[in-house]
Design a protein around this ligand. Structure first.
Ligand code: FAD
Length: 282
């Protein structure tokens, strides 16, 4: 099948109606991955529904019920530079800044990245560590899904046909620490292993591991080990071992599954050590 047309609706409602009307239609965000997949003949949508002119999908703003709303068409470079993403939310700013290189950060979008759900991508672990919620629209209305329920398998999300990611909702900035560490073969590559950490002013810690399974690895027992004990290397080791045991990595061009399991506790120890330093300095 060859792509028949590109349409540029101006509202989410129009985009949903266009997607609903054609089985092989696809939303087009920045095109960073979709166009590459079409060029490689991996996909040939009959209709491309560009989200580019939809103002309600753009930018970072206060969410109506409190917290922050990142529109699906917000580009990675905007997220990487957003001063509002401070305290624990800084984990997302840091993750955005580690994506690929400037051309990809200028093109790629929040909605496109999470809809693609590449297991080596940088946002998923940061969004899970933050307890972010994904706003999803369909002709039937809007629903919200916790990030940890959105990523369901390798390159697979909870999105149903015809649905659009419209935004990511974050809690209100309330101090604390948010860090993101990424191990990659070379600068600009997808993550071999990544770790996202948030530490609230109360001492509560959340961790999530990326690149080591179909979706980010997170566990309440690991979080409990490290909560209030960021500076305790034994607690960091225990938290890392819990997460390594839960990981489901594969052997691929970036690393073997065994290497990834070995690296997780070391990366958790390193990020906890950095967080302890920030905690001390605060
Ligand atoms: P598109 O390419 O336009 O779309 C991607 C998919 O999502 C398509 O199937 C599209 O139909 C669907 N889609 C788009 N928007 C929506 C929406 N709102 N709702 C529902 N479905 C939607 N990412 C990283 O995290 N880390 C990296 O290091 C990294 N390196 C990269 C290096 C290269 C060379 C490239 C090309 C990409 C890399 N990426 C990396 C991915 C990149 O950051 C983009 O996020 C990703 O390519 C998606 O691009 P896009 O936002 O332009 O979406």
């Amino acid at each position: 099948m060859t792509t028949r047309a590109l349409v540029r609706p101006r509202t989410v409602a129009e985009a949903l109606a266009l997607l609903d009307g054609e089985e092989e239609a696809r939303p087009l965000a920045g095109g960073a991955s979709l166009v590459a997949m079409m060029n490689a003949d991996l996909l040939s949508p009959s209709l491309l529904v560009s989200l580019r002119d939809i103002a309600e999908l753009k930018g970072i703003s206060p969410a109506p019920g409190g917290g922050l709303r990142i529109g699906a068409m917000t580009r990675h470079y905007e997220t990487a530079a957003a001063a509002d993403l401070c305290g624990t939310l800084a984990v997302l700013r840091a993750a955005a800044g580690r994506i690929a290189n400037p051309p990809v950060r200028n093109m790629g979008t929040m909605g496109g990245s999470i809809s693609l759900a590449d297991p080596g991508a940088d946002y998923p672990a940061a969004l899970v560590a933050l307890g972010a919620r994904i706003e999803i629209a369909s002709p039937a209305g809007t629903r919200l899904l916790p990030a940890r329920d959105f990523f369901v398998d390798w390159y697979t999300t909870a999105l149903k046909p015809g649905e659009l990611v419209t935004a990511v909702l974050l809690p209100a900035p309330a101090g604390g620490i948010g860090l993101y560490h990424k191990l990659a073969r070379v600068a600009g590559d997808f993550a071999t292993v990544s770790v996202a950490l948030t530490a609230a002013p109360s001492g509560a810690v959340t961790l999530a591991i990326g690149g080591c399974g179909p979706f980010p690895i997170a566990d309440a027992a690991a979080d409990r080990e490290l909560s209030g004990r960021l500076g305790d290397p034994a607690a960091a080791r225990r938290a890392g071992e819990i997460l390594a045991a839960l990981a489901d990595p594969v052997d691929d061009v970036r690393a073997s599954a065994d290497y990834r399991r070995l690296v997780i506790p070391r990366m958790v120890a390193r990020i906890a050590g950095e967080a302890a330093g920030w905690e001390k300095a605060a």
